[in-house]
Design a protein around this ligand. Sequence first.
Ligand SMILES: *[C@@H]1O[C@H](CO)[C@@H](O)[C@H](O)[C@H]1NC(C)=O
Ligand SMILES: *[C@@H]1O[C@H](CO)[C@@H](O)[C@H](O)[C@H]1NC(C)=O
Ligand SMILES: *[C@@H]1O[C@H](CO)[C@@H](O)[C@H](O)[C@H]1NC(C)=O
Ligand SMILES: *[C@@H]1O[C@H](CO)[C@@H](O)[C@H](O)[C@H]1NC(C)=O
Length: 393
Amino acid sequence: MGDVRKNPKKNEMQVRLHAKNTFTIIMVIGFVYLAYLIFFESGDGMPEIDVDLKDVISYAVLAIEMGGHAVTKVHEENTLNAAAKGLTDEGKEELLTRADLISNHLILDILQRFPRLQVVSEEKASEFSERELESYRSDNYAVWQSVKETLDRIPSRRLQLSDVRVFVDPLDATQEFTEGLTEYVTVMACIVVDAEPIFGAIYRPFYNETIFGLQGFGVVTSDGKTLTPVDESKTEKKVVVSRSHAGKVKEVIQKVYGDKMEIEAAGGSGYKTLRLVNGTAEIYLHTTAIKKWDTCAGDAILRTMGGAMLDLEGEPLRYSAADPILNKKGLLSTVLTSGNMSANWSEVVDFVTSKSASSFLPRGFPERATTLPSQFPVATFYFKRFMRNCYQK
Ligand SMILES: *[C@@H]1O[C@H](CO)[C@@H](O)[C@H](O)[C@H]1NC(C)=O
Ligand SMILES: *[C@@H]1O[C@H](CO)[C@@H](O)[C@H](O)[C@H]1NC(C)=O
Ligand SMILES: *[C@@H]1O[C@H](CO)[C@@H](O)[C@H](O)[C@H]1NC(C)=O
Ligand SMILES: *[C@@H]1O[C@H](CO)[C@@H](O)[C@H](O)[C@H]1NC(C)=O
């Protein structure tokens, strides 16, 4: 950033002021865009706006951490209330709605620094008075300070704002949140260019842990540690599945892997992705419909690690404005491991198309699953093995 000349002569002030200046400059960027827009909007048509991906990423990370802190505050508040009064079902519902909406509001607030940025969120924007929000807002300078060093390492890349979409999940694992199972709760943001998620960030507010992945850069924690895939031999032989639809998946896993894979029911798509990332699970399987703000950030992180989320027709998920938000075709996700990547897709397709489809696979599976997304060799390998085993037993 070009703020060196603004540094004061006094040495002991330099470090802090340098950081503060950089922060201020970033905060100002949004307003410069606004001015830019107002200036050009008098003309015909929309002007193309150029953004630095790095700035959008910085705001997205700041946003989910702010949202996440609010989620923990709503939770604390309610733990006190619940201890005093006991929490009814209605009370739980209220708690959830409040945490979700406040987190969403704070996130959108920060992302609005980029006027006209397309944001796809699970929640609609809602009105809160500044007084109401005040107690949930953390000091955004302090939050930004804690991730700044890592964000500074991200290379600059110019993009047209109209090509960028941000997916936001202000509170993932909502059911678990109301049950007090806070280890599953995450807040996520994801940046999509065209149909592809290129950046994803997952924040675990109750553990104050953030990881993010940028394609071509890598996956890092907010304190700067680079995460690489765990070797397959050291990866736990576990399939993580949703707590709410575990029943049907168990049948499938049993059929495909017999007793070789343990099944663990866990809440939240963000959380399950984190389990793949640190090698405490090998596969994340979902056989029912799932919304794309639940998968986008995890998908970006897994792609960055050489893995992917494929639907159960073997296709990578697409996130363009033309694609539906609801993915009805299930998920099979893995990270890069040292597994055998040379298994033969066309053999699997031949095999699959020669049998009648099982009841648990999406209708029409054999006809559709004929293309091999070659950019995801590892996930595709798992997918092939999975499908082969499905149909052989
Ligand atoms: C969260 O973690 C960051 C380091 O990643 C640290 O700087 C910050 O103080 C922590 N916040 C809280 C509330 O513990
Ligand atoms: C792996 O990640 C999950 C989710 O973040 C966490 O609960 C667990 O403690 C981690 N385990 C290890 C061994 O890192
Ligand atoms: C990997 O797969 C190929 C083709 O299916 C096979 O020939 C080879 O033996 C396998 N290697 C390992 C280590 O399993
Ligand atoms: C894959 O399978 C097809 C059909 O069985 C076969 O023609 C092809 O040679 C195989 N390729 C590899 C690399 O094994």
